[in-house]
Ligand binder design. Structure first.
Ligand SMILES: NC(=O)c1ccc[n+]([C@@H]2O[C@H](COP(=O)([O-])OP(=O)(O)OC[C@H]3O[C@@H](n4cnc5c(N)ncnc54)[C@H](O)[C@@H]3O)[C@@H](O)[C@H]2O)c1
Length: 393
C-alpha cells in the first residue's frame, strides 16, 4: 500500500484532573494553568464554600463542581487531584487522595510541622502514586537557567536570598513568627535544589516577628544568608537571589525576570524571561518584562504603590476604570505575573503521569526537609544558638 494521505493522529492523551480549594492561589494560578495546560483536562472543582466552587466552575468552564471531596475520590476518571486549601487540610486531603489511587499536586507548605509532613511521606510509600509539592520556583525559567550555568562552574559557594513583602498587610491572620514556615519554605527548598545538598546548620537572628535573617551551611560547603521580611511595601522587588560560583564569578536572579551573569565568559551578561501569562493579562507585561527586564517589574510595583497612596488620599478619580481595575485586583498582582514556574510545575507532573518523563519536582521528602529547616530556624531564634540538623529520612 502506498497511501500518501497523512495518517490521522490520535489526539494526545491528557490527564484528567480535579482541583480542591478555589481560593487565592487557585484563582491566580491553578485555575488558569490547569485549564490551559496542553496535557491536562480539568474535570471538576471542589470547595467547602459552594460559592467559591461555583464561580471557579463558571469563570473557567469546568464541567463539574462539588462541595464534597469524596465525590472526587469516587470518580474513577480523575487521575490527579490538585490540593490548594490551607496547611491544616492539605495533609489529610493528600493522604485520602493517595488512598483512593490518585496522584497529587499539593500546595506548600505541605504542613505546619515535620511530623505532619512525614504522614504524606509514609502514605506515598504505601500507595506508590506521584506527589508533587508546590515548590514551583524549581521550575522558574530563570532558576533553571541559573542552575544550568552553576553546574558548569562547579556549583555555588555563597548565596544571598531576599524574600520580602507586605506580610503586615495580608498575613497577619497568622500568629507572629510563622512566615518562616509559610513563605521561607520556598527558599529553603530552592537552596537545597540549587546546592544539590542538605543544610547541616541554621542560625536565626530576629529583629522582630517576621523580620529576620537566617544563615545556613550546606553539606556541599556552600553558605547562605536569607533575608526574610514581611515589613516592607509593595514597591520593593519581592525576591532576589545572588550566587557566588566556585569558579570565580557570580549570578543574580532578580524577580524571576532577569538573570545576570558576572565573570561567565561563555554566557550572555543578561538573560530576560517573559512573564507568566494569565487569561486576564496575556501580553502587556510579558512583552515588557522580556524587553525591559526588572525595570518593567519595578514600574508595575511602583505603580500599584503610588495608586494605592492616591486612593487612600482620595485622589483617584472614581470614573477611571483602568486604575480601578488595576487596584481591585481584577488585573493579576505583579507577584503572579513574573514566571515562578507554577504552570511548568503542574505540567511536569502531568507528563510524569503520562509516562513521558521521570519525576524531577519536589516531593514529600523535600517538603519534610523544608519543614525541618523551618522548625530548626524557629528553635535557633528562641535559643539564640546555631541549630545543627540531623539528616533524617
Ligand atoms: N506556590 C505559591 O506560590 C503559593 C502562593 C499562595 C498560596 N500558596 C499556598 O496555597 C494554599 C492555599 O492558599 P490560598 O491563599 O489560596 O488560601 P485561601 O484561603 O484563599 O483558599 C483556600 C480555599 O480552600 C477552601 N477549603 C479549605 N478547606 C477545604 C476543604 N477541606 N475542602 C475543600 N475546600 C477547602 C476554602 O474554602 C478556600 O476557598 C496555602 O497552602 C498557601 O500557602 C502557594
Amino acid at each position: 500500500m502506498n497511501d500518501s494521505t497523512p495518517a490521522a493522529t490520535a489526539p494526545a492523551r491528557k490527564v484528567t484532573a480535579a482541583l480542591v480549594g478555589c481560593g487565592g492561589i487557585a484563582r491566580s494560578q491553578h485555575l488558569p494553568n490547569l485549564t490551559r495546560a496542553p496535557n491536562i483536562r480539568l474535570q471538576a472543582v471542589c470547595d467547602v464554600q459552594a460559592a467559591a466552587a461555583q464561580s471557579a466552575q463558571a469563570d473557567y468552564g469546568v464541567p463539574q463542581m462539588t462541595t464534597r471531596f469524596e465525590d472526587l475520590l469516587q470518580d474513577p476518571a480523575i487521575e490527579l487531584i490538585v490540593v490548594a486549601t490551607r496547611e491544616d487540610f492539605q495533609v489529610p486531603l493528600t493522604c485520602q487522595a493517595l488512598e483512593a489511587g490518585k496522584h497529587v499536586y499539593v500546595e506548600k507548605p505541605l504542613a505546619d510541622t515535620p511530623e505532619s509532613c512525614r504522614r504524606v511521606v509514609e502514605a506515598q510509600a504505601r500507595h506508590r502514586k506521584l506527589v508533587q509539592v508546590g515548590f514551583n520556583r524549581r521550575f522558574a525559567p530563570a532558576c533553571r537557567a541559573a542552575r544550568r550555568i552553576l553546574l558548569k562552574r562547579g556549583g555555588a559557594t555563597n548565596i544571598y536570598f531576599r524574600i520580602s513583602d507586605e506580610y503586615w498587610n495580608w498575613g497577619r491572620a497568622n500568629p507572629p513568627g510563622v512566615r518562616v514556615i509559610h513563605e521561607v519554605c520556598h527558599v529553603f527548598d530552592l537552596l537545597r535544589w540549587i546546592t544539590g545538598s542538605e543544610a547541616v546548620s541554621v542560625y536565626c537572628a530576629s529583629a522582630r516577628a517576621d523580620d529576620e535573617i537566617y544563615t545556613l551551611k550546606f553539606a556541599s560547603g556552600c553558605v547562605a544568608t536569607i533575608m526574610n521580611s514581611g515589613e516592607v511595601t509593595c514597591d520593593l522587588p519581592k525576591e532576589r537571589l545572588e550566587i557566588v560560583t566556585r569558579e570565580p564569578g557570580a549570578l543574580i536572579v532578580e524577580e524571576y525576570t532577569e538573570l545576570r551573569t558576572y565573570g561567565c565568559k561563555d554566557e550572555p551578561a543578561v538573560f530576560r524571561f517573559a512573564g507568566h501569562t494569565h487569561p486576564e493579562s496575556e501580553f502587556t507585561h510579558k512583552l515588557l518584562f522580556e524587553k525591559l527586564g526588572t525595570g518593567a517589574v519595578d514600574a508595575f510595583r511602583r505603580m500599584r504603590w503610588e495608586l494605592r497612596n492616591q486612593q487612600e488620599a482620595g485622589l483617584l478619580d472614581g470614573n477611571d476604570a483602568e486604575l480601578r481595575k488595576f487596584m481591585e485586583r481584577s488585573f493579576p498582582h505583579v507577584n503572579y505575573l513574573v514566571d515562578k514556574g507554577w504552570r511548568a510545575a503542574v505540567e511536569h507532573l502531568a507528563d510524569c503521569i503520562l509516562g513521558r518523563t521521570t519525576f524531577d519536582g519536589a516531593g514529600p521528602q523535600d517538603a519534610l526537609a523544608a519543614s525541618q529547616l523551618a522548625a530548626a530556624a524557629i528553635r535557633s531564634r528562641e535559643s539564640g544558638e546555631v541549630v545543627r540538623l540531623k539528616q533524617t529520612t
